[in-house]
Write a protein that binds this ligand. Structure first.
Ligand code: C2E
Ligand code: CA
Ligand code: CA
Length: 625
């Protein structure tokens, strides 16, 4: 029935229908009998009433249905509804609400709602509730908090609080509680991933930086020194390469556990990646010396703990580590710099022989900053033509000059003459050695070409040094060929000095390149022989023309019997393999005589000449006639 009908219209319609239902009964006006008229009116009225009753009954039943629907919706809604009195007592709660709190409705009514709020969130709740109660025009407010479940667990909930107003103040508050525990967990997990290393579950670099930031602020407040320890496992790569990454992972996890077990509760152990860990110690002491002693103490314990045997899926494993340490105090050093400092100190520890702890000091920093400057300068060196070749002569036993070794020097505009030991390793690290090596080869060959026109020098051989990176370039052979062709020299007078590490890196590649170059006349010397792997197995495979006895052995001739013995052995091997042998670093006649006596007939060293610029070298040769 259309509820917008006006009352009078509805009544008229009812009457019309009732009259229609009475049908044949004559209208009283036609008979004129008043009793009949009354009778008729009564009957119409009765029918009318019956019809009204039916209408009411229908309305009532649909009301009941609506109420049931509403109750269902209310009780089983995905949201818990609680109505709170002004005093914060539970006046009403739906079924979902009772499930969220874990208690029957009967036991919940008139209980204080705040009882169910986790202690850490109570304060915020009180503030919100009171502010609503005090405010006559309070609006709905939202709050996220933890609710205690009667079962002893807790849920994370989002509460939407709607005050019910009377004329001037809220009387009750309707609270809608949404369980957001799942979302909360998901976001916690995401946060965990962002801040923790999944393998060891330790804080990652990001979180460490965060904590360091806080630690520096705390240090500034409480005037206490703290320390960072940078821990790097020795030879981790070898373990990974030999036993596989799974075993490597097991080791890292165990290292994480051991670190945690050696620390106090407030310290932080983090994994930066790979085999690098950092431990942050706070509140060590107000005095730097004491703090350093503490840090050293913890570091030693960590070294010892990591040195204990490991059992990794049935594999017994021992592993040492190297630790770099630095103290921090207030904001004296920037966070990133602190991390750099411990990193440097760790490398120093490795350099000092592994399984050691080394503190960062300023002198070390100077070396490192110096290095950074060097790197930048090195980039300019080629462009600005700052490299020069020095030449050191090579002699045979009867004083004849056989040739020379070209040794690189860097004429730095400010630093002066820089020796290769100071820049070659850096150039190798940065890859600049490729361009530098190319320059050396071109210039050495150009020099050989010039010597062809000078009767004193035309028969000399010239050797150059080649780095591993340079030699293992796929087109190294072609590069050499191109230079030889361009400079049009006799390849038979050109020699390349290799080191054992080059050969070891890729023996197949080394052999094939050597053969290719030997086919066009280039010869090869094995430099620094005896200092590396000295494996006879590879020595016999390489088409070598010469072995150079390292100067560290030559130096000890007449002083250390074991080194003298090594020298004798090397000479013996070379002679057996029909490879010529030359001794480098010959400084005294005594050394030379020993070498000659044992069959080494070629020498290079200060006894004859230091490496010198080309003009000086040529003058020496001329003087020797
Ligand atoms: P190396 O190839 O073993 O060179 C021999 C080194 O011994 C040279 O040092 C030389 O000056 C030094 N030396 C020669 N005779 C004596 C001696 O009687 N007593 C002493 N104490 N030392 C002597 P230098 O020139 O400082 O070169 C060091 C290293 O730098 C070389 O060792 C070589 O490995 C590398 N190097 C030099 N030039 C180049 C280059 O052009 N390319 C590459 N890749 N490396 C180079
Ligand atoms: Ca050399
Ligand atoms: Ca050498």
């Amino acid at each position: 029935m259309n509820s917008t009908w006006k009352g009078s219209e509805r009544r008229k319609s009812l009457r019309d229908q009732a009259e229609a239902m009475l049908g044949d009964i004559k209208a009283p006006e036609t008979t004129g009998n008043p009793a009949e008229v009354m009778m008729h009116e009564l009957m119409v009225h009765k029918v009318e009433l019956e019809m009204q009753n039916e209408e009411l009954r229908q309305a009532y039943s649909s009301l009941e249905e609506a109420r049931d629907r509403y109750l269902d919706l209310y009780e089983f809604a995905p949201v818990g509804y609680v109505t709170l009195s002004r005093e914060g007592l539970i006046n009403e709660i739906n079924l979902t609400g009772t499930v969220l709190l874990g208690i029957d409705r009967t036991k919940l009514l008139k209980r204080r709602f705040s009882q169910f709020i986790a202690p850490q969130d109570k304060d915020r709740w009180y503030r919100l509730f009171l502010s609503m109660m005090k405010n006559p025009k309070a609006d709905a407010q939202d709050i996220g908090l933890e609710l205690n479940h009667a079962g002893g667990t807790s849920i994370h909930a989002h509460l939407n609080c709607l005050p019910k107003m009377t004329s001037d103040a809220p009387t009750t508050v309707r609270v809608a509680i949404t369980d957001i525990t799942q979302q909360h967990r998901a976001s916690e997990q995401i946060e965990h991933l962002a801040f923790f290393d999944p393998l060891t579950n330790l804080p990652n670099r990001q979180l460490l930086k965060d904590r360091l930031h806080q630690a520096l602020a705390a240090s500034a407040r409480n005037k206490q020194y703290g320390a960072l320890l940078f821990i790097d496992l020795d030879n981790f790569k070898t373990l990974n390469d030999t036993l596989g990454h799974n075993i490597g992972d097991l080791l890292l996890q165990e290292v994480g556990r051991r670190l945690l077990s050696r620390m106090r509760e407030n310290d932080t152990a983090a994994r930066l990646g790979g085999d690098e860990f950092v431990v942050m110690l706070e509140n060590l002491s107000a005095n730097p010396e004491n703090a350093a002693v503490h840090a050293q103490d913890v570091g030693s314990k960590i070294l010892a703990a990591l040195n204990e045997p490991y059992l990794l899926e049935g594999h017994d494993y021992r592993c040492s580590s190297s630790i770099g340490a630095t103290l921090f105090y207030e904001h004296a050093v920037a966070e990133d710099d602190l991390l750099k400092h411990v990193d440097i100190a760790m490398y120093q520890a490795k350099h000092n022989g592994r399984n050691t702890l080394c503190f960062f000091d300023q002198a070390m920093q100077v070396v490192v900053t110096g290095r950074a400057g060097l790197e930048a300068d090195l980039r300019l060196a080629l462009e600005q033509n700052q490299f020069i070749l020095y030449y050191q002569m090579q002699k045979n036993h009867d004083g004849q000059t056989l040739g020379a070794e070209a040794l690189l020097r860097w004429q730095h505009p400010v630093r002066g003459l820089v020796l290769p030991m100071e820049f070659i390793p850096l150039a190798e690290e940065t890859g600049q050695i490729l361009a530098i090596g190319q320059w050396v080869m071109e210039n050495a060959c150009a020099q050989l070409k010039r010597w062809e026109n000078n009767p004193h020098t035309q028969s000399l051989h010239l050797a150059i040094n080649v780095s591993a990176l340079q030699f293992h370039q796929p087109d190294f052979v072609e590069q050499v060929q191109a230079v030889l062709t361009k400079t049009a020299i006799d390849p038979n007078r050109f020699k390349i000095e290799l080191t054992e590490s080059i050969a070891i890196k890729n023996i197949g590649d080394t052999i094939s390149k050597m053969h290719a170059l030997k086919n066009i006349g280039v010869s090869f010397a094995m430099d620094d022989f005896g200092t590396g792997y000295s494996s006879l197995a590879y020595l016999t495979q390489l088409p070598l023309d010469q072995i150079k006895i390292d100067r560290s052995f030559v130096r000890n001739i007449g002083e250390k019997d074991s080194d003298a013995l090594i020298v004798q052995t090397i000479i013996g091997i070379a002679n057996n393999l029909c490879i010529k042998v030359i001794a480098e670093g010959v400084e005294t006649e005594l050394q030379r005589a020993f070498l000659e006596q044992h069959g080494c007939l070629q020498y290079q060293g200060y006894l004859f000449s230091k490496p010198v610029p080309v003009e000086e070298f040529e003058n020496l040769i001329k003087a020797l006639g």
